[in-house]
Ligand binder design. Structure first.
Ligand SMILES: *Cc1c(COP(=O)(O)O)cnc(C)c1O
Length: 384
């Protein structure tokens, strides 16, 4: 059996010390020991989110945080603006519609970043917007959106800015308070280096005003309940506290490396990956690549499954294809969390051999060389 390398944009690889926490005997979730863990992770999450706001811990996948963010902030019949530039942005619309929230979808081409000027114009046209829903890292296209600039636009209005940071947090720069993000959602299984099962939501004072203004239709995902329990470092219902214990170790790892160094490592990995892909004559899908993953177009004459299956069977490397309308058109390589520059180089080396064996005119070593040159500072990254 091959050594497995999960080069996917979630779930992503989990470090050994985090995995070992999961093997410990289960403790009681209302014990003093469990509470101490929440005290520490609450502080750690605030640091990773770069916020002074409350960060709530939910037992759910990332989508649970999105649902909590939508249903608690916008009443049924209220207006939500969705900045729609991909499959995950479109999920905001689906969630809102499921709860009777009116959606104004501001659509952008997939693979292109959201244009803050168009957001400003749309907000002028819809001054009754309660919340603007955006995405930090659109995982379906591999695009990083200009959240800081969008945050400035939304901050000047009555609306709150809700951001899906699920594949971005811990991978790319995100400063919740400085950038005017009112609600930020994250999930455990992406750059936060845990298995799936936990979701996190931060809430600003401006967002709490919206939340306190009505009784939401949510019970399990009530943010008011989560807030009152979080005051005592507790949760309303039994949390996946084995995962919370593991989260403590993952957050300590981020603290030890330094959050800004973690962001820089992801920047290096993405620039190296982009350079390698381009050195093979392949086309990046996004015009503004996110830092936790790289998406490229499937070369003419090949099928994405041929490439991905060969990478898995021959080299133990898992990648993912496209979602929704991008199915069959792109391949996505995740490089987030417990991933380093050499994982990226290994993946590029395997990709070279895979494409050459599938009959493409690829010179082995090209991608690896380009990636090494980026890492050694001899070649500027694509986004630099
Ligand atoms: C993974 C992901 C989600 C969905 O998270 P689940 O944990 O599968 O519910 C939502 N948004 C983005 C940007 C993601 O990358």
């Amino acid at each position: 059996m091959r050594k497995p390398r999960l080069m996917t944009p979630g779930p992503a690889m989990v470090p050994e010390d985090v995995l070992l926490e999961l093997a410990r005997p289960v403790i009681h979730h209302r014990s003093a020991e469990a509470k101490d863990v929440i005290v520490e992770v609450a502080a750690g999450l605030k640091e990773v989110f770069r916020t002074e706001n409350d960060v709530m811990i939910l037992t759910a996948s990332g989508t649970g945080a999105m649902e909590a963010a939508a249903v608690n902030t916008v009443p049924p019949g209220g207006k939500a603006m969705v900045l729609n530039a991909g499959h995950f942005a479109a999920r905001w619309s689906s969630i809102c519609k499921a709860f009777g929230i009116n959606v104004v979808s501001v659509d952008f081409e997939w693979g292109q970043p959201v244009d803050p000027d168009r957001v400003a114009a749309a907000l002028k046209e819809h001054p009754d917007t309660v919340a603007v829903f955006g995405t930090l890292s659109e995982t379906s296209t591999g695009t990083g959106h200009p959240v800081e600039a969008i945050g400035k636009v939304v901050a000047g209005t009555d609306a709150i800015f809700v951001v899906d940071g699920i594949s971005g947090i811990g991978a790319m720069e995100c400063r919740t308070d400085d950038w005017g993000i009112d609600v930020l959602c994250a999930g455990s299984q992406k750059a936060l280096m845990l298995p799936p099962g936990l979701a996190f939501v931060s809430v600003s004072p401006k967002a709490w005003k919206k939340i306190d203004a009505f009784d939401s239709h949510s019970y399990y995902f009530s943010l008011k309940s989560a807030r009152s329990k979080m005051k005592e470092f507790d949760t309303p219902y039994t949390p996946a506290h084995t995962l919370i214990l593991a989260l403590r170790t993952a957050l300590r790892r981020i603290k030890d490396e330094g959050l800004e160094n973690v962001w820089k490592r992801h920047q290096r990995m993405s620039e190296a990956c982009q350079a390698g892909i381009q050195a093979l004559g392949l086309e990046l899908f996004s015009s503004r690549p996110a830092e936790g993953l790289t998406a490229f177009r499937v070369p003419n004459g090949l099928k994405d499954a041929q490439i991905r299956n060969k990478l898995t069977e021959q080299f133990g490397i898992t990648t993912v294809g496209g979602q929704a309308k991008l199915k069959g058109h792109i391949v996505r390589i995740g490089h987030m969390g417990y991933t380093d520059e050499l994982d990226v180089i290994s993946t590029l080396a395997a990709l070279e051999m895979t494409l050459a064996e599938l009959g493409l005119d690829v010179e082995p070593g090209r991608a690896v060389t380009a990636a090494q040159q980026v890492l050694m500072g001899q070649l500027a990254g694509a986004r630099a």
